[in-house]
Design a protein around this ligand. Sequence first.
Ligand code: ADP
Ligand code: MG
Length: 227
Amino acid sequence: MEILKTINLCKSYGSAEVKVEALKNVNLSVKQGEFVAIVGASGSGKSSLLHLLGGVDQPTSGQVIIDGTELYTKSEEELALFRRRKIGFIFQSYNLIPVLSAEENVKLPMLLENKKVDEAYLEELLDILGLINRRHHLPSELSGGQQQRTAIGRALINKPSIILADEPTGNLDSKHSKEIVDLLTFSVKKYNQTLIMITHDLNIAQRADRVVKIEDGFLQQNEVSEE
Ligand code: ADP
Ligand code: MG
C-alpha cells in the first residue's frame, strides 16, 4: 500500500538571477513499511525534498500526498497538526528547544498534543539512545551526538507512521551509528512505520529496502515493481 507520493514536485529558492532550482519534477512513491534511503552529493536537493515530504516548507509547484491527503492544500494549523500526529522528523540541525532538558525535548510532541507519555517506552528510548544519565541536561550541556540522539528520541516518542531522517547518524561514530540504525529499523518493524532516511553512509544505505539518488535536483530511481 502506498503511504506517500510526490507528483511533479519542484522547489526553487530565490528569484531571477539568484534562483536555485533545488528540486525538478520529483516523482516518488513510497509504500507503507518501506525503508527508503536517499543519497546524493551535498547540495543536490536531499534536505529540500525531505522538508517538503514532512510538510515543513512550501513547494514551488507539485504535490505531496500522504495517506491520501494532499499536504499543501491544508492551512498552516491543519498542517502542523497533521505533522505532529503522523510524522517524526529528525532534522539535520536537531532543532532542540534550548531551555528544555533532553527528556523534556523527547516528550515535547506528546506534551504539545496533551497526550499521556508512555513512560515505559520513554525509558526504553532513553536507554537505547544512551541518554539515561543525561536526561536532565540542557541541549547546551550535551555533546553533538547526544543532541542528535535526543532529536531522534523526540521523533520516535509518539510512534509516528512516517519517520523522516536527515542524516541522523551524521555526527555519530560507527558504533553509535549502527545502534541508531538498529533502533530505527527495530522501531519501523515493531510499529509498522515507514522510514525515509538521507545518508552518506553506504553501509546504512545497504540496509534500506530501496535506495534513491538525487542528482542536481533530479530523482534517479530504478523502476519499482507494483505489488
Ligand atoms: P542537500 O541536502 O542535498 O545538501 P539542499 O536541499 O540543502 O541539498 O540544497 C539544495 C540546493 O538548494 C543547494 O544549492 C542549496 O544551496 C539550495 N538551498 C537550500 N536551502 C536554501 C535556502 N533556504 N535558500 C536558498 N537556497 C537554498
Ligand atoms: Mg542536507
